[in-house]
Design a protein around this ligand. Structure first.
Ligand code: AGP
Length: 579
């Protein structure tokens, strides 16, 4: 998703802006640009990736500037459509995250009044509106412009001859970093980690007027104070640290992030909220949705509570009758569909809880309470450590509802995660890397674990993979089974073990190769499958974690074998801030 950065102070802005944009690369982008204000307004834009020496190549001057990575929405990924966008005279430059929904109408009106448009973007209308309202005061012109905009935006605006950045936010994240006689702005914390730990999260409707020595924030025309908060992430957490990919590093960080999330516990107010719930609805997207399904499978047989897991993207349009606690789960805390679902729950007067990894993210501002995961920054597009940290948070809720029955299991689970990290899954990965299609199957909580395994496989290796409830394959997908279609089956001890073994035999009878994940010493299973991956025989909650980690490794090694761009898979963004 698009990312924005800004700098104002005494230093040369360009290297800071490009370093910031590199820190935002993980969000996904297809073009980028920077504008600085020195003796003139200078703009530099390009398509493709930011190179190591981009700041030298750009050679812009000035200690005030804004930058942007664009993930094309309105208009192709071209230099013209890249941000910053400028007004007719190229005196005003704007970077923007979000969507201006009424831009067509605004563009038509502006064109009728003589404005010349260069790009196909919605953002360009903002630059022309500011131009139209400018009467010597940039802040006033931005304020007047905002009154016309419908939709979501986080914007930074600079103008020639002004050592000033005007920033505004509505339904798109924007955070300011506070330095000594310098300020930073960014769409998330990553670009700020190198420079400051003091941040200010702007609220929806805030407009900030920033000069090197002064920051004024306004809301509804009134000056307001926003607290300075301290970032709980370190810059080292955002580095690859000797690993080949961020994804690999993040897979290996899971024992720690799981343990830290368990150790942080749940505060008293949130505990009461959880204990009071007669019914729990969870909303989430993608990987986070899979953790909510796992939660449903695990908690319902254990505790007397009915649980619904809903996709954020469907929830807004097909809202079920709502009673009881609503929990929104999101690594980034910025996923538009999840936030929209959470807002609907609030509108129904439900108590709401956010489970997220990002302190100060939008979701934490919407929900009544927040349960913060302690995964640290996750940079790989594929969610790995945030997935197990979400499970840590959700398993604590199960433990709470079960009067601490799993205290011991949860406090040692990170050790079992550590045990499977060094597994050699290359035989299985070789099988998958030769396939065009694969199935992942399991029963009970291992069904959503399979869905997650398939999602990981397709998003980073581009091998088409589907997660299925094992019993469902024979209701249609069997038609697709061939010797070239591997099936990854999770088959651990428990009430569904023997039916899973039968399912695996049925799959084998259709000549599809089977990669099975079972427990250590399961000779029966090992003998009937093509590749057997043994995991330690542990508690069900722990098996959910260890099987998931094995599937992450399988996807990772398959993608490595296929030489994919693992941390930045094609067409994907880390944080999805559009519907
Ligand atoms: C999975 O690897 C993806 N990154 C994606 O499915 C992700 O989980 C989804 O977009 C939701 O993101 P969130 O947790 O930040 O809300």
């Amino acid at each position: 998703m698009c990312g924005i950065v800004g700098y104002i102070g005494r230093r040369d802005a360009t290297p800071i802006l490009f370093k910031g944009l590199r820190r935002l690369e993980y969000r996904g982008y297809d073009s980028f640009g920077v504008a600085t204000v020195g003796s003139a307004l200078e703009v530099y834009k390009k398509t493709g990736r930011i190179s190591d020496n981009e700041a030298e190549v750009a050679c812009l001057r000035g200690s005030t500037g804004i930058g942007h990575t664009r993930w094309a929405s309105y208009g192709e990924p071209t230099v013209i459509n890249a941000h910053p966008q400028t007004d007719c005279d190229e005196r005003i430059a704007v970077v923007h995250n979000g969507v201006i929904e009424n831009y067509n109408e605004l563009k038509r009106q502006l064109q009728e009044r003589g404005h010349i448009f260069r790009s196909e973007t919605d953002t360009e209308v903002i630059a022309h509106l500011i131009e139209e309202h400018y009467e010597g005061d940039l802040l006033a012109a931005v304020n007047a412009t905002l009154a016309y905009l419908q939709g979501s935006y986080a914007i930074l605006v600079v103008m020639e001859d002004a050592q000033r950045i005007v920033a505004a936010r509505n339904a798109s994240p924007l955070v300011l970093g506070v330095g000594d006689s310098e300020f930073f702005a960014a769409s998330d914390l990553m670009p700020l980690l190198d420079y400051t730990e003091r941040v200010i999260y702007l609220e929806d409707g805030d407009v900030a007027d920033i000069t090197p020595n002064r920051l004024d924030i306004y809301h509804d025309g009134q000056r307001v104070e926003r607290p300075i908060e301290l970032i709980n992430w370190r810059v080292e957490d955002a580095r690859k640290g000797g690993f080949a990919h961020y994804m690999q590093k993040e897979i290996f960080e899971q024992p720690q992030s799981f343990y830290e999330t368990i150790r942080a516990g749940i505060d008293e107010h949130t505990r009461r909220m959880i204990m009071d719930a007669n019914e729990i609805t969870l909303v989430a997207c993608g990987t986070s949705y899979h953790t909510t399904l796992i939660f449903k499978y695990l908690i319902e047989p254990l505790c007397n509570v009915s649980v619904r897991a809903e996709m954020g993207s469907e929830f807004k349009y097909f809202t079920p009758p709502l009673n009881g606690l609503v929990i929104a789960v999101s690594q980034s805390g910025e996923t538009t569909d999840t936030i929209a679902a959470l807002s609907m729950a609030k509108a129904h007067n439900c108590p709401t809880l956010a489970i997220t990894n990002v302190q100060g993210s939008t979701i934490t501002r919407v929900a009544d309470r927040t349960l913060l995961m302690r995964a640290g920054p996750e940079i790989g597009v594929a969610a790995t450590k945030s997935y197990t940290a979400q499970l840590a948070a959700l398993m604590q809720i199960i433990n709470l509802r079960c009067d601490g029955a799993f205290d011991d299991v949860l406090s040692h689970a990170h050790l079992a995660i550590g045990d499977v990290l060094l597994y050699d899954v290359r035989d299985a990965a070789t099988l998958c890397s030769k396939a065009n299609h694969a199935f992942f199957v399991g029963r009970g909580p291992f069904y959503p674990v399979s869905m997650e395994g398939a999602l990981k496989m397709k998003e980073i290796s581009y091998v088409h993979a589907e997660g299925y409830a094992a019993g469902e394959l024979k209701h249609g997908p069997f038609a697709l089974l061939t010797p070239e279609t591997p099936v990854v089956a999770i088959c651990t001890p428990g009430p569904t073990y023997s039916v899973m073994v039968s399912n695996i035999k049925e799959i084998k009878a259709r000549k599809a190769p089977v990669i099975a994940i079972g427990v250590d010493g399961d000779k029966e299973l090992a003998e009937i499958v093509d590749v057997f991956i043994p995991i330690p025989n542990t508690h069900l909650l722990v098996q959910v974690l260890t099987t998931s980690v094995v599937l992450q490794l399988l996807a990772y090694h398959t993608a490595c074998a296929l030489q994919r761009d693992i941390d930045r898979p094609r067409n994907l963004a880390k944080s999805v801030t559009v519907e």
